[in-house]
Ligand binder design. Structure first.
Ligand code: ZN
Ligand code: MN
Length: 485
């Protein structure tokens, strides 16, 4: 949760508009216009062909999986999917693009007018999408300043991308982060993108402008590029809002430019000015046929869609009875969520969620192990929680057994017997022990009866020792209160 930015408290008459362009790398087996493997991380320039290298005379052939994935994202964002869309050439000259144009979509993109529902501090909000279009990624320049040369790796050339462009409906750093996380969760749930920002599989260009609330036109925007974490994007957005307002208040003007986030000095810095808008000389690509999408194609993709994050969140609340807080943790920890759901099949215990979120995640973190290698299976955790619910073991024993199962993979019911951890729950048995204890500590008893009721803690502690941690704490408490009264 973020508080209101100080500058906006100081200048409450400013409105913020943020629009975001996201590039999503699609995890197809082969590239978008050739049969080269779509695997960037191999030896440099080993995953390329004449099409990747932009030889003259070669012809691109569209990978149909890309269309399927674009339809899936279109459906997940309630977009309109165009029956006909077209590829265009966007011309620019840069060494990472050897054919000197990028194949993309211009006036006729595959999807328009979608929306993404995000959770804000005052409930949910729709961020409208202008469009989603298909394009190819470029290669990567590698600069070796020590040798005073630049090299190019074309492995990434032709990686399929979806570019998702939002309206400037976002009004804070918090909303920007929520939007990106929601979108990342959607493409990840669809299984079409790793969603990884660090390696560039999910890239965001964030356009920020400020204006007086009374102004009818948008302010001049600055674009933040190449920021590869949600946190840094949030920090950069906050910085940029403040920079632009201060600049305007001083009587200056915001220039349209592309800026980068300097993580070390925690500020945005200019990368390039955009005063002369580049002329990309778009025109339809004559080498590729139009994309035609039939209602049948859409239906086929629709029936194969997995459960989407928004629906999953609702199900966690209504069907699984989780709190919003718990559901949100599970949204961020999908493996833990799967584990919880698996364990939930064996028990209805209300305690299960705590054992997953607190004990299991805590244990994994402490011992630095991955969930899939943990020997405590969902079934065993459910068994353990049931033993606790049925008062066969107490909390203390449950923790011991938890650790033992995680270490050895032995079943909880076997461990209860092996370790002699069955709870002593017989009131008669515990009362006998309590009488003995009280007889041994007359001065504590006197103190308690004289009003030092906190001494109850001493007696409970002693009883737990006497029972080697196996006494039922509620019954111990009850028996002691009766005897000490
Ligand atoms: Zn190729
Ligand atoms: Mn693009």
């Amino acid at each position: 949760m973020t508080e209101k930015l100080a500058i906006l408290t100081q200048y409450p008459d400013y409105a913020i508009n943020i629009g975001i362009e996201v590039h999503v790398q699609l995890q197809t087996k082969s590239k978008i216009f050739c049969s080269c493997p779509n695997s960037v991380d191999q030896a440099q320039n080993s995953q390329i062909c004449q099409i990747c290298a932009g030889y003259p005379g070669v012809l691109p052939v569209l990978n149909h999986k890309v269309i399927e994935y674009a339809i899936a994202v279109g459906l997940a964002t309630e977009s309109q999917i165009a029956p006909i869309s077209k590829f265009a050439r966007k011309h620019y000259f840069y060494p990472d693009l050897p054919k000197n144009y990028q194949i993309t979509q211009d006036k006729e993109p595959i999807c328009t007018l979608g929306k993404v529902k995000i959770q804000t501090l005052d409930g949910s909000k729709d961020i409208r999408l202008i469009r989603i279009h298909i394009e190819e990624d470029a290669g990567k320049n590698i600069h070796a300043p020590s040798q005073n040369i630049s090299l190019v790796n074309l492995n990434r050339t032709g990686t399929p991308l979806l570019e998702i462009v939002s309206y400037p409906d976002i009004t804070s750093a918090f909303e920007a982060k929520q939007y990106l996380k929601t979108l990342r969760d959607i493409v990840h749930a669809l299984g079409i993108c790793s969603g990884n920002m660090e390696d560039g599989a999910f890239r965001a260009d964030t356009n920020i402008s400020v204006r007086k609330k009374t102004a009818t036109e948008m302010g001049t925007r600055c674009e933040l590029k190449n920021i590869n974490s949600f946190k840094f994007i949030g920090d950069a957005v906050d910085y940029e809002i403040e920079r632009q307002i201060k600049l305007l208040e001083k009587g200056g003007i915001v220039r349209q430019e592309t800026r980068l986030w300097d993580t070390k000095n925690r500020k945005t810095v200019i990368m390039r000015s955009k005063e002369e808008a580049a002329d990309y000389r778009y025109f339809l690509d004559p080498d590729l046929p139009w994309i035609e999408i039939t209602p049948t194609m859409i239906d086929i993709v629709k029936t194969s869609l997995p459960e989407l994050p928004a629906a999953k969140f609702q199900r966690y609340l209504t069907v699984l009875g989780l709190t919003e807080y718990e559901a949100e943790i599970f949204m961020d920890e999908p493996e833990a969520a799967l584990y919880f759901e698996a364990a939930r099949k064996f028990t209805n215990s209300k305690q299960l969620v705590n054992w997953v979120l607190r004990d299991l995640l805590g244990y994994l973190k402490e011992h630095k192990i991955a969930l899939e290698t943990c020997k405590l299976t969902p079934k065993y955790l459910a068994d353990l929680v049931d033993l606790l619910d049925q008062n066969i073991i107490n909390n203390h024993a449950a923790k011991t057994i938890f650790e033992q199962v995680a270490k050895t993979g032995e079943s909880p019911s076997v461990l209860v017997e092996q370790l002699g951890l069955k709870q002593m729950g017989s009131e008669a048995e515990l009362e006998l022990m309590a009488q003995e204890l009280i007889a041994q500590h007359p001065e504590h008893v006197a103190g308690y009866r004289a009003g030092k009721t906190k001494l109850i803690g001493f007696f409970v502690g002693q009883m737990m020792q006497k029972t080697q941690g196996r006494g039922n704490p509620q019954i111990i408490q009850k028996v002691l209160l009766k005897l000490l009264a």
